[in-house]
Design a protein around this ligand. Sequence first.
Ligand code: ADP
Ligand code: MG
Ligand code: ZN
Length: 503
Amino acid sequence: WQEMIRGFLPWILLLALMFWFWGAAQKRMTQGGGPFDFSRSKARRAHKETSTATLDDVAGIESAKREIAEIIDFLKSPEKYRALGAVMPKGVLLVGPPGTGKTLLARAIAGEAEVPFYSISASEFIEMFVGVGAARVRDMFKEARKDAPALIFIDELDAIGRSRGAGLGGGHDEREQTLNQILTEMDGFEAHENVLVLAATNRPDVLDSALLRPGRFDRKITLDRPHKEARAAILAVHVRKVPLANDVDLDQLAARTIGFSGADLKNLVNEAALTAARESLHEVNAHCFDLARDRIILGEERDTKLNPQEREAVAYHECGHAIMAYYMPNADPLTKLTIIPHGMAMGVTEQTPREDHYTYTESYLKDRIKVMLGGRCSEKLIYGEVSTGAQNDLKEATALIRKMIGQWGMSEKIGPLGLNIGEEHVFLGREMGMPREFSEKMAEMIDEEIQSQLLALEKATLDFLTEHRNQLDALAKAVLKRETLSAEDVEEILRKEEARKIA
Ligand code: ADP
Ligand code: MG
Ligand code: ZN
């Protein structure tokens, strides 16, 4: 008997387990919520309590806020507008680069309008089987209409709203069905139903044109990277709960954070607070902000041990960048030079624009390329050969010159042509499916022009560094000794060297 039981026991256990699983699966199937229940709308319904964001939390985007205020007013008191014969827009598209506050703005609208708020990220739609996304969309709209006035928020719309038939591997069935369902739903409800669809995207260029047709997302609110005053205002929002030392000047900080998005600024304040905590301070001072800014711009410091030759080569490479940044009249001013490895880089030459740029001139861009080539040219001049350290510089320089020639018509030889070359995010979609709009011959000419311009810029850079060899040596010597030089240090060293040369 015992033998027999011992032989059967594993089987009995196995069978028991199987029955248990079976039961659990059935229960879930009938009750919903289990692995087989895909169709339920995952849209979270957030009431006013859960969306506590208000327009006060959103800073620096005043024109967007004004438009938003009108929409909120419409949701709150539609009669006022209807009496005048006005119809509410059905859809509002928030467009802007990542981190500029699109999601935040949508939450603020919900918070202010005090209406039921359904939000979903479009990337959630594409996670499962065909047909599920469409069912979810149908569900979400049904619930919202029952609850009207209500707000539907679809974040990252480009994940499903991309042009049909474009992108890698052709159309994605699930995506297409979901998109079609959204279009159907938006056509299906009437303006008087008081359901507003908000959507956010950072890729308006890849959206299917059907979405942008009147009667769908017919209002567009564009959010830009914040300018200087806006950055100061955003910083002010985020330091509300941070005890600041007297030496912190938000305006000055805003001036030194060109190119930062709202999310970056939030991160900056947080990093500064963390630094203060690490140093057991009671207040966050200007030094903490400096360190935080460096960490965000340059990346985390790394303690890689370079051998002396490598270290010297890195110093000359960076000094090549630095000399060009310092002397080229149109380049952004040099603000820092270091041979302490940061992030992926062995050394960093930091330049900070004097003010926000919205357009760039050809001379600025050419100087910028010379700065990029400075590292490699310096190696060439000092060692007679180049190293792998310039890979990224070359990649960036080539990408920039492609755009200058192909998109901005900055070549006499090619002329004022705007072509679809040098576009970013090729992997994301549209360009892949787009036929090249110029001939083989033109492509050849462009390639030649790219090469000849880069060669000319390289020669100019190499000549300049050869002429300034003394300054290059002096700077390299100093940075090898001190590891990090500020803009003032660099200026002092170079001035001294110039004076010595004249004397
Ligand atoms: P997006 O959706 O555009 O990528 P988010 O709305 O997610 O950006 O922004 C991320 C965070 O950055 C927000 O939670 C907010 O704290 C901060 N932020 C961005 N823009 C602003 C702004 N204009 N004012 C205040 N904070 C902002
Ligand atoms: Mg977002
Ligand atoms: Zn470099």
